[in-house]
Ligand binder design. Structure first.
Ligand code: SOE
Length: 387
């Protein structure tokens, strides 16, 4: 008999993120056997019964629901995982908190700050554990970047630079709204690349380099009208297709961020670079096991960028995987987030980013959109960031 405690999961949403999270729950017991909690795939919910049953069969969920309210009402669910489009995050999370459920919510936390604030209030009032799936923090090379920054090796930070580039919406034939393309519909998504892609960059940036104080942004919507899948009509596009902003961090450094879905040739290129007084680091999602590191204190004749292959047992998370030299992938960031969430239940510590942390990212996203709309600098209102 297992001495472990069960964490009974109710997953809402069966798209791309439903799969990444389900894979996380399934793999954790194999690779993090020392954890006191064991995820149990109790129920999965989606509107179409046939499809949700197929998903349950594929991933091993014990039961299905077609109404998220029924899932939340169940006594045999401890934690609700929200993988639905952004327009339902707030309603589901607030109801889940009222029902006393822990909540794991896909990013961005909400469509805007007002919704995010209500979610924070509901979760904190109910005293439930929360986390938001800003998964890139938990790629070992990115976590190592955090350890290097925190060790002070970089010295005073001058610059933070990040890009998230894609090219999947260049064709004007890509519709907006509905299954698969809700990210193109401003009512469902809240914003375009700012909430979908830059939110990742902002979360990582504030985690590594502290609060972003103010921003100046420019956005563009290259294709102005698209067919809406739900109405069948050609309608104005309300999302930002591309966004570039620069900013001040509270520590005095400058930030430069760019995101677009119109960078032909780039499918999902997330990169960041940090330049400090003594050293610099940079990371690239397409080579995710490596962290580049330049240390000015190296002897000058051998000084140069090192490429650290982050696969050794003393590097973050890697003692749980294979043997030194053998890499891992994108999906492992979600497995690590599940493991960290389960660990947080043992320790009673928050599992960062929790709802409150993700609210701070939401504030920066909103300031970015407002800055672009008004062609002016905007304060973010973010004072500190849990690092
Ligand atoms: C969009 O294409 C997307 O899937 C985002 O929604 C994810 O958050 C990002 O990690 C990859 O791209």
């Amino acid at each position: 008999m297992s001495a472990k405690k069960d964490l009974r999961i109710g997953l809402i949403g069966t798209g791309f993120m439903g799969r990444t999270h389900s894979n996380g729950y399934r793999r954790v017991p194999n690779f993090f056997p020392q954890l006191a909690y064991n995820p149990v795939l109790k129920a999965v919910c989606s509107r179409n019964r046939e499809k949700v049953q197929a998903f349950a069969d594929q991933w091993g969920y014990e039961s299905v629901e077609t109404d998220w309210r029924a899932l939340i009402a169940r006594d045999d669910i401890d934690a609700v995982d929200i993988c639905t489009p952004n327009d339902s995050h707030a309603e589901i999370a607030i109801a889940a908190a009222a029902a006393g459920k822990m909540i794991l919510c896909e990013k961005p936390l909400a469509r805007n700050v007002a919704e995010a604030e209500q979610m924070v209030e509901a979760a904190e009032k109910a005293g439930v554990q929360t986390t938001v799936w800003y998964n890139y923090r938990r790629i070992p090379a990115v976590t190592l970047a955090k350890q290097i920054v925190d060790s002070g090796k970089l010295g005073k930070i001058f610059h933070y630079r990040a890009n998230f580039l894609q090219d999947w919406t260049i064709s004007a034939d890509v519709p907006q709204g509905g299954t698969g393309t809700w990210r193109m519909d401003v009512d469902a998504a809240g914003s375009g690349v700012t909430g979908d892609l830059l939110a990742h960059c902002i979360d990582t940036a504030m985690w590594l380099n502290g609060a972003i104080s103010d921003v100046s942004a420019v956005t563009e919507t290259f294709v102005k009208e698209r067919m809406h899948q739900l109405t069948g009509k050609v309608q104005p596009v309300g999302i930002d297709d591309a966004c570039i902003f620069h900013c001040h961090f509270a520590n005095g450094s400058l930030g430069l961020f760019e995101s677009t879905r119109y960078a032909r040739g780039h499918k999902a290129l997330y990169t960041f670079e940090i330049n400090g007084e003594h050293a610099s680091i940079r990371w690239d999602l397409h080579d995710l096991n490596r962290l580049e590191y330049f240390d000015h204190s190296d002897e000058s004749i051998v000084r140069g960028w090192r490429s650290i292959h982050v696969t050794d047992g003393d590097q973050p998370y890697m003692d749980k995987w294979w043997v030194p030299g053998l890499g891992i992938g994108y999906e492992h960031s979600f497995i690590h987030q599940v493991a960290d969430f389960l660990k947080s239940l043992e320790t009673g510590e928050p599992c960062s980013p929790n709802f409150r942390d993700a609210l701070e990212t939401q504030k920066v996203c909103e300031a970015v959109i407002e800055s672009a709309n008004t062609r002016s600098w905007k304060d973010t209102g973010v004072q500190t960031f849990t690092m």
